[in-house]
Write a protein that binds this ligand. Structure first.
Ligand SMILES: C=CC1=C(C)c2cc3[nH]c(cc4nc(cc5[nH]c(cc1n2)c(C)c5CCC(=O)O)C(CCC(=O)O)=C4C)c(C)c3C=C
Ligand SMILES: [Fe+2]
Ligand SMILES: [Fe+2]
Length: 370
């Protein structure tokens, strides 16, 4: 194995070492065309973290069945949600990075904030190379996923590790595993739901729809399912809801195997059949709107609920670049910057004391509960 080319180390140069925060999201096709979607799906679905089927068998299924048939159909769906400026997931991620940059700078942190995509561009290795060229010797990775899953979060970490395995002089590295129970995240969700209800009144049922994963991953130790339920419980508590007021569901099933249940669409149809007139559906596991929320939920699931006899379907948008989420991301990042000299002198010491108090309070409140 050979290492990537690096400039010679200049003695004392790390005196000016800089800190960077990288917001990493899933990635999205470059265009809503079968060709671009195929390229994206090939990279995405070739990741052994995403599809755990023996490689030799999966290669034939992916190249012989999935890519030829799914690319065109998915492209049509992408076309239905494409913004004049590009993919919603890309635009939202760019805006979130800009928002986080503004909030951290406002707080006095001297940090670079940028974004990367696990699949497609800007690719994780390219962004990490660029940060190195800018003199960043401390890097904080912030995945766009609040709930940890081996299929998503761990795959981002794989990309980071694989990159640095080829680098001689690697930076200090911190990884945010999850923030499914972080107050900044829960409060931002609460604000967005409350704003919707202030303007539109409350529904008969709030549906919290999370992206699904194969049920097998739960049985093999993936904590994703539990983290989704903890998010739902904390949000319900923050909103003052009782258990009868909301339901947790899982969407976007892929393939024939069983995924986490209850599935979103059949649950909505069942609710309509039971006489539930109005549902509000939110997708707390997605921090930015994308194909899975704008098409699968706000279009498809809505049509299915109304067709099954429901009267009113409200989609509550994801956090995207909401100011409360700027605050939430800033708090989450700040907690992981402790000990890195991003602030000047006394402000740094004061911040560290404050962060230590926040962490102690959070540990006390959420403890080891699920
Ligand atoms: C094949 C298995 C898949 C697993 C496991 C999976 C987990 C997973 N995905 C997200 C977030 C997103 N997924 C998105 C799209 C998408 N997901 C899959 C498959 C799996 N996801 C596919 C094939 C696609 C592409 C669209 C399609 O052809 O149906 C997106 C949206 C991307 C966009 O461009 O808008 C997001 C976001 C999570 C959080 C997750 C596990 C927890
Ligand atoms: Fe997905
Ligand atoms: Fe669980």
């Amino acid at each position: 194995m050979s290492f990537r080319k690096e400039p010679p180390y200049i003695h004392g140069s790390n005196m000016q070492a800089q800190t960077a925060v990288v917001l990493v999201n899933l990635g999205t096709p470059d265009a809503p065309t079968a060709r671009a979607v195929r390229r994206y799906l090939k990279q995405f679905l070739s990741d052994p973290r995403v599809v755990e089927i023996p490689r030799a068998i999966w290669w034939f299924i992916l190249n012989g069945v999935i890519l030829p048939f799914r690319s065109g159909k998915s492209a049509e769906k992408y076309a239905s949600i494409w913004d004049a400026e590009g993919s919603p997931l890309r635009l939202n991620t760019e805006r979130q990075a800009a928002l986080l940059r503004a909030r951290l700078l406002e707080r006095g942190h001297r940090v670079h904030v940028t974004h990367a995509m696990r699949y497609g561009s800007p690719a994780v290795p390219d962004v990490l190379d660029e940060l190195k060229a800018q003199g960043c010797d401390r890097i904080l990775i912030l995945p766009a996923y609040p709930q940890y899953s081996g299929t998503t979060t761990a795959s981002i970490f794989d990309a980071v590790f694989q990159h640095f395995a080829q680098v001689r002089n690697i930076p200090e590295l911190r990884l945010i595993k999850h923030y499914h129970d972080h107050d900044g995240y829960i409060q931002a969700l609460k604000r967005s739901v409350q704003a919707h209800w202030d303007a539109n009144g409350q529904p008969d049922k709030l549906v919290m729809s999370f992206h699904g994963v194969p049920k097998r991953t739960l049985l093999l130790g993936d904590p994703y399912h539990c983290e989704c339920y903890k998010t739902a419980r904390l949000l319900a508590e923050a909103l003052g809801l009782s258990e009868a007021d909301y339901v947790v569901t899982f969407q976007s099933r892929f393939g024939k195997a069983e995924w986490l249940q209850p599935y979103t669409a059949p649950t909505l149809q069942e609710l309509a059949r039971q006489g539930v007139q109005r549902v509000d559906v939110m997708c707390p596991g997605f921090t930015s709107d994308c194909l899975e929320t704008l098409e699968e939920i706000a279009m498809e699931a809505k049509a299915e609920f109304l067709h099954a006899g429901g009267r009113e379907f409200h989609f509550i948008p994801c956090l995207n670049d909401a100011p409360a989420w700027g605050q939430g991301m800033m708090e989450i990042a700040e907690q992981h910057l402790i000990g890195w000299p991003t602030l000047a002198g006394a402000a740094q010491r004061e911040e560290e004391q404050k962060q230590a108090a926040i962490s102690a309070e959070q540990a006390r409140r959420h403890g080891a509960t699920q």
